[in-house]
Design a protein around this ligand. Sequence first.
Ligand code: URA
Length: 238
Amino acid sequence: MKKLSLDRILQSQGFGTRKGCRALIEDSEVTVGGEPVTKFKAEFDPEGLEFTVFDEPWIYRQHVYLVLNKPANYECSRKPSHHPGVHTLLPEQFTWREVQPVGRLDHDTTGLLLLSDDGDFIHAQSHPKHHQPKVYVATLAEAADNTLVAQLLAGVKLIDEPAPIAAQRAVLLDTNHIEIVIAEGKYHQVKRMLAAAGNHCAALTRSEIGGLKLAELDLAEGEWRYLDEHDLARLNGA
Ligand code: URA
């Protein structure tokens, strides 16, 4: 990769304004490859660059791809109104980098949430044409039987939607829990589908996106990590 000055590198990684990054470097808060660097014009090849800021280790990343196990009572909106934003669960560098959720989960929905600052990735993952299957487990307010499954598979009519919407898959786990797979990401889709089928969603969690399964990620609620190559391949169905 083309060499870049250290202040530019830090700025690209979310350490604040150029001025702020220069101050960090001049205040001896930055090391690169284990060596202190106090000249902000010092140039480095950013590819794989290892550096520390306030003794915390970082690796240069052109883009970040994250997975968060979203707890309830966090909003996916950039300007949350009633609850803290999911970005408050992440290092503040990611807010500077404008990392944003790939699609939204309701404030009371828990589970698998992807975030990135790569617009192409966000677009590809969330575009309806991509048909990325998303698996949800809903807790039902009313005990159900396979009539509900049949209704969801046949398609239910949602207000403002011209045609009925069907689940790709639906499996009753027990009388009060259903696993439901949808390809779209319409507003409150699962809750509205369950309401349209005469039930009510008491709690909702997203357990899978594409081939990526929350249960295999070993993330406690509120925890996040970078998606690795393996995860990205799983997302795309590998
Ligand atoms: N469907 C919903 O109703 N809510 C979500 O958060 C996600 C899917």
